[in-house]
Design a protein. Sequence first.
Length: 277
Amino acid sequence: MATSKSVAPVAVEGPVTIYWGGIIAGALCAAALATVLHAFAGAVGISLSSTAPTWRDSSTALTLLSGLYLILVALASYSFGAYVAARMRVPLANAGEATEFQDGVTGLLVWALATLLAGLIALAIAQAATRISTPSVGSAETSVAGENIIAYDLDRLFRSDRRPAGFEGNIGYSRAEAARILLTASSHRGIQSDDRNYLVRLVSALTGLAQPEAERRVDQIIAQAKENISRARRTAVILGFMIGAATLLGAAAAWYVSIAIGRHRDGRETLHSLWDW
């Protein structure tokens, strides 16, 4: 096993300042590792961040598996970042409990900065994925928040082989209007009767379907939209809880690893075989 050149401990009197260079380096390493691991999760299919229509078929077991993977990613990335930050500090000769606390704070700062970086990266990726996956119909003023959840249902709602004249010019606003109505399907009252009747007339006018067939299609799409919205909410709750748990566990891991590596750095404790590679 290769051994690194030892650095003579430095005797320090008074409080030790926070070494921001190591903190920034550790945070960048943690954020980079987390990004790579999340990209791997998306490649193997255990990430639920995709906006493709097939996400609806995700089971509860897959959702839990994705949440557990988030926890593992947080433990690995935050621990790695805390390790880098703790090793970059100069060894101290008079290290004690105060130094351990400062090492723990260093780990927490790595955790905080890496969390902000990972959040910014995730936000940028989510915005880019939404722009790509959302159907480009109508203008920006007619888009509806949450339309990507029921985009496939909207496609089926206005699907027709007999499109009347002027169909392309009206579909943008009509689609957005139908989306606003369908998004109320999961509310306490559900879709009101006048809204349902309006959807029937709208589908009949834009697709050329007879009223009985338009009614059957509207009722089918309303049921599917309600199920899809409810499933999206359940998935969001589970993953939101998992993200919170992963973040808190990552903070604890960063604190513990930073202190443990600090003890080894200062020559007060041998390094565990888990880290001595």
